[in-house]
Write a protein that binds this ligand. Structure first.
Ligand code: NAP
Ligand code: GCO
Length: 265
């Protein structure tokens, strides 16, 4: 029995994919045969993303769109359907984080994180599902987090959003599975991207950032992960090979969730 991991002929929209995890996933999708569409808030970042994809030999379609703006999202999906075709694969990747102690965080700051990390995946999923139903299939992959399962100081809004995103994933599975739409999540561990750069900055004396050392101690592999290490799981969840997988959060964390942490020497 041959297992079909190919994405040949498929159209993928990866949100916030000018760089970082989204870029790594979209690049892997292109190598698996998919046509890539991505968005960013700023034209200059879309242009930078297009150039970066081109460097890899990928002719991507880039669009300016704020995923929290329902009107812009609906226009984006309509434009992609007109210019490229119906979206087969959606990756809700765009996300922000604000690291502020909860009692010092304003309600506006809390709402901003929820808006991008939870409301936007709802908005974009809602925009693509009708055409997926008409087409008879669809794949939605939500980029969750360790914070879909764990809390930590200063990330209350992000953890609330990513916990909610886990349950939105399960609910899309429950509500649209009958239309052959599979909605799963990927829960990355700690990945080397601009979003986590502040947590890895060397100290003035050249030593590791305390949080960097903390993650090394919490990860069995004793290292940060790279965006490219999410590619295989992301291709699997976008391919026909995962048609029987639905509502699942696939943690790609190097074992963090299984590990109590390095014992004191
Ligand atoms: P990143 O480097 O900060 O990239 C985030 C991307 O999302 C950027 O391209 C950003 O565009 C875009 N974005 C933010 N707000 C947007 C909006 N309103 N509309 C459209 N695009 C928007 O983050 P990353 O590390 O690659 O993370 C990507 C996803 O993985 C996020 O959902 C994050 O929560 C999740 N994640 C990251 C890690 C990690 O360790 N890095 C681990 C687990 C989960 P701009 O540059 O224009 O802001
Ligand atoms: C943080 C990090 C994490 C990662 C990721 C872990 O401040 O703890 O930014 O939240 O981004 O979500 O899975």
């Amino acid at each position: 029995m041959s297992v079909n991991f190919s994405l040949e002929g498929k159209i993928a929209l990866v949100t916030g994919a000018s760089y970082g995890i989204g870029f790594a996933i979209a690049s892997a999708y292109a190598k698996a045969g998919a046509t890539i569409c991505f968005n960013d808030i700023k034209q200059e970042l879309v242009d930078k993303g297009l150039a970066a994809y081109k460097e890899l030999g990928i002719e991507a379609h880039g669009y300016v769109c704020d995923v929290t703006n329902e009107e812009q999202v609906n226009a984006l999906v309509a434009q992609i359907e007109k210019e490229v075709g119906v979206i087969d694969i959606l990756v809700n990747n765009a996300g922000i984080i604000k690291r502020i102690p909860m009692c010092e965080m304003t309600a506006a700051e809390f709402r901003q994180v929820i808006d991008v990390d939870l409301n936007a995946p709802f908005i974009v999923s809602k925009a693509v599902i009708p055409s997926m139903i008409k087409k008879g299939h669809g794949k939605i992959i939500n980029i969750c987090s360790m914070m879909s399962e764990l809390g930590r100081e200063t990330v209350s809004a992000y953890a609330a959003a990513k916990g909610g995103l886990k349950m939105l994933t399960r609910n899309i599975c429950s509500e649209y599975g009958k239309y052959n739409i599979q909605c799963n999540g990927i829960g990355p561990g700690y990945i080397e991207t601009p979003q986590t750069a502040p947590l890895r900055e060397r100290q003035p004396d050249g030593s590791r950032h305390p949080f960097d050392s903390f993650i090394i101690a919490k990860t069995p592999a004793e290292r940060w992960l790279k965006p490219e290490e999410l590619a295989g799981p992301a291709v699997f969840l976008a391919s026909d090979a995962s048609d029987a997988v639905n509502g699942h959060i696939l943690y790609v964390d190097g074992g963090i969730l299984a590990y109590i942490g390095k014992q004191p020497q």
